[in-house]
Design a protein around this ligand. Structure first.
Ligand code: IMP
Ligand code: MG
Length: 183
């Protein structure tokens, strides 16, 4: 285990297992000719969801496209600023496509709430959200998810794409940092 990690919340094996299940379930849901005909597009919310989406895409067996957008609601701290800024837009037109947003974690839910408004206005055929993690947070925005990887406690976590001040994204598991690692 990395010396800055206090405890592992989801192990590499648990994540692998769950992402495989999500990929299989999504492939089954989107396997109908109508859905496939219109095109399925996975949208990654950078940077946190990049690791999740690349594994999820490889666990899916239907034809699909992948695109990336960057938004941020966090500075380098550990609490949400509530202000969502768009830093990079999709390079594809999602009009008429079946869009699945892959997100790392729903915390306050403000980022996805805003993102869903923006993407819905482009008239996709359907728009769904699949977060790897959903935190148990009081007052969280109500986001209707197609599937959720794991429900998780309201702790600040890192690894498997999630960062603290841009570090720890490359840990293969998800864990809680030791308090001294925040200094
Ligand atoms: P929300 O808008 O509060 O739901 O938070 C959205 C974004 O904040 C997520 O996509 C993450 O990138 C980041 N975030 C929220 N909680 C954590 C955490 O525990 N560790 C690392 N990043 C987090
Ligand atoms: Mg982030």
């Amino acid at each position: 285990m990395h010396p800055d990690i206090e405890r592992i919340v989801f192990s590499q094996n648990q994540i692998h297992q769950r992402v495989s299940e999500l990929g299989a379930a999504l492939s089954a849901e989107y396997a109908t000719p109508e859905l496939r005909g219109a095109g399925v597009e996975l949208v990654c919310v950078l940077k946190g969801a990049a690791t999740f989406m690349s594994d999820l895409a490889r666990a899916m067996t239907i034809p699909l496209e992948m695109d990336y957008m960057a938004v941020s609601s966090y500075g380098t701290g550990t609490t949400s600023s509530g202000v969502v800024t768009f830093q990079k837009d999709l390079s594809s037109d999602i009009t008429g496509k079946h869009v699945i947003i892959a997100e790392d974690v729903i915390d306050t839910g403000l980022t996805l709430q805003r993102l869903l408004q923006v993407l819905a206005a482009r008239n996709p055929a359907s728009l769904e959200v699949v977060p790897l993690l959903r935190k148990d947070v009081p007052g969280q925005a109500d986001i209707d998810c197609k599937m959720v990887g794991f429900e998780c406690p309201n702790d600040f976590i890192v690894g498997y794409g999630l960062d603290y001040a841009e570090r720890y994204r490359n840990l293969p598991y998800i864990g809680v940092l030791k308090p001294e690692a925040y200094q």
